[in-house]
Design a protein around this ligand. Structure first.
Ligand code: MN
Length: 419
């Protein structure tokens, strides 16, 4: 199955993908679009032309609000219908758009000509901690190998509530945060720019259909609540985090910035890359237990480019399938107490580390808390320096095509000057 719009074979944005995003077009107008090869296809325009049959939301067009929340709230049947209709309109053997130059000019534009924005209004953001390797590495560094995993870790997907206001789109640069830390565990803490700024390689799922307050989501239905996924960089100031996190968890060491990739790859597009999740021992409680636990085979990479380097250097290669807790388990756990999820809520996976040192998803682990400098091109790093550009990328490899996420990137700016 092919499109009349050409797609390079290595492109993340194949005809099988059609990820959704929000961009600025025609000067200032926010449009909902899908990516296809080197182009965007304007879904807002297609709906306005009457070429999509989507139920309206309280009398307004679903793709007219400049964010994907209304569409997310429609649910899986509508998501599938719209995807099928877009594939039909863009298919190589379909003439409606292909042979109408005027129509095509309104709908199709080079991807480089548009500015990508955050794809949805994110009401709430949760960050899980679902990689056994990451939790073990961090626990070993902070508590010792014999106490690496806390007693709860194998029984529930641990998480904390993050902050939605500082979630930023890829390309927005990140200023090194100022804050309080206690590097030598002395009697008094110090204040200043973070000395151990880090990335965390994560993916995140956008909630589509939510649940009513007080109504849990059974694990058997959990996946139907998810609209799609993005890449996420959970920027972390390790020195601030280490001092502040006791006893309530991450706060200012995390909430200065969280970057996401602009294209939401739908769960439908990920379906061919569904694989069995790693076995769990002990078996979790019944509300977290599904007969066939599934995850996705998504290849992940992180690159760092210093200000004086002329190319990005790869520092990590991992895979989403390494995670111990699945998306379905995260959703079922999040709602088991009746907590209501809403369209546009973002559920991040936690740092996705794998079994080998090359697959560790943070500088904290790669440099083993700063004790082993990491080779970055011709340079070395323990943590990130001002001017470093961090790029994360992810894709599923199909037979002759890719379903990819593009990238999430940002450059570290120096800390704000003191008055
Ligand atoms: Mn995290």
């Amino acid at each position: 199955m092919q499109s009349f719009v050409p797609v390079p074979s290595q492109s993340h944005f194949s005809f099988q993908n059609l990820p959704y995003g929000v961009c600025r077009r025609h000067g200032n107008e926010r449009c909902i679009v899908v990516a296809l090869g080197e182009h965007i296809v304007d879904v807002t325009a297609l709906e306005a032309m009457g070429m999509l049959d989507v139920p309206s939301m309280q009398g307004r067009r679903v793709f007219d609000s400049g964010s994907l929340n209304d569409f997310m709230a429609q649910g899986r049947t509508v998501w599938r219908e719209v995807r099928a209709r877009l594939q039909q309109l863009l298919a190589a053997d379909e003439s409606t758009l292909r042979d109408d130059a005027e129509l095509l000019a309104q709908v199709l534009a080079p991807r480089n000509d548009v500015e990508m924005l955050l794809p949805a209004g994110i009401g709430d953001y949760t960050d899980f901690y679902s990689s056994r390797e990451h939790a073990t590495n961090v626990g070993t560094m902070f508590r010792g190998a014999d106490k690496a995993l806390q007693p709860n870790w194998l029984h529930l997907p641990v998480a904390y509530h993050g902050r939605a206001s500082s979630i930023i789109a890829s390309g927005t640069n990140v200023r090194r945060p100022l804050g309080q830390s206690n590097p030598d565990n002395g009697a008094t803490p110090i204040y200043g720019p973070s000395r151990s700024l880090d990335f965390e390689l994560e993916m995140a799922a956008f909630v589509g259909i939510g649940n009513e307050l007080g109504q849990p989501i059974p694990i058997a239905n959990a996946e139907e609540h998810l609209f799609g996924m993005v890449l996420l960089n959970d920027w972390s100031a390790r020195d601030i985090q280490a001092w502040e996190y006791v006893p309530l968890g991450p706060f200012l060491g995390k909430n200065f910035a969280t970057s996401i990739s602009p294209w939401i790859v739908t769960m439908e597009a990920l379906e061919p890359f569904r694989v069995a999740a790693p076995p769990q021992d002990p078996l979790p409680l019944p509300y977290l237990n599904a007969p066939r636990r599934a995850t996705y085979d998504i290849q992940l990479e992180v690159y760092v480019q210093g200000a004086k380097m002329n190319a990005p250097a790869r520092v990590c290669a991992s895979n989403f399938r390494y995670l111990y807790w699945t998306l379905a388990q995260q959703v079922a756990h999040h709602a088991v107490n009746g907590c209501n999820l809403r369209p546009g809520d973002l559920l991040a996976s936690g740092t996705i580390s794998g079994p080998t040192p090359e697959s560790y998803g943070s500088m904290l682990e790669l440099s083993w808390r700063g004790s082993r400098p990491v080779k970055v091109g011709d340079e070395t790093r323990t943590f990130l320096l001002d001017g470093d550009r961090v790029t994360m990328t992810a894709w599923c490899q199909g037979d002759g095509y890719r379903v990819g996420f593009g990238s999430v990137e940002a450059t570290i700016l120096p800390a704000r000057l003191e008055d």
